[in-house]
Write a protein that binds this ligand. Structure first.
Ligand code: DQA
Length: 160
């Protein structure tokens, strides 16, 4: 079990085009930038006992490599895979292959959008999925992931 009792370690993974947040279709994705979002995630993490690091890439292979490289030193992933959500079996295999729990998040409500966004290759492997709340999807997802990991730790320690 990778989790340490002191501070949980969470890796946030942002997929393609999320570097454009704030400028990209603001009516869909809002005005907050990726830097705003990452700063808020780090603050929220601190307040709930987690150290949060963030990574964004546009390439599928870069994301796969990052998951492989980061997994040994983290307890869980918070993932917005962007369009790779709907296409990438490689990213799904990476996330399941490293045996770390992950939460899938999306700014927009995928199910209220084009049909090609309705299917996710990640959802059935995720411990939870949050969609449609803008940046709050990430914050809710982070809280859910931390709660899951804390319960897991308590149960490993025989406390529950
Ligand atoms: C997204 C939804 C995806 O369908 C899209 O390709 C994105 C962003 C979201 O956060 O709403 O890039 O993951």
């Amino acid at each position: 079990m990778a989790a340490q009792p002191e501070t949980l370690r969470i890796a946030v993974v942002h997929g393609p085009n999320l570097n454009l947040l704030g400028r990209r279709e603001p009516e869909v994705y809002g005005r907050a930038t990726l830097a705003d979002l990452d700063a808020e995630l780090a603050r929220l993490g601190e307040s709930v006992g987690a150290s949060v690091t963030s990574f964004q890439a546009n390439g599928e292979g870069q994301l796969v490599d990052h998951v492989h490289q980061t997994a040994p030193s983290v307890d869980g992933f918070l993932v917005n895979a962007g369009a790779y959500t709907h296409t990438s079996i490689a990213l799904r295999d990476a996330l399941t292959g490293v045996s770390r729990p992950f939460v899938e998040v999306h700014l927009s409500n995928l199910h209220a959008r084009e049909p090609f966004r309705h299917h996710s290759h990640l959802s059935d492997c995720a411990i939870g999925v949050v969609v449609g709340f803008g940046p709050d999807s990430y914050f809710l997802g982070l809280r859910g992931l931390v709660g899951f990991l804390q319960r897991q730790l308590r149960s490993d320690n025989g406390d529950i």
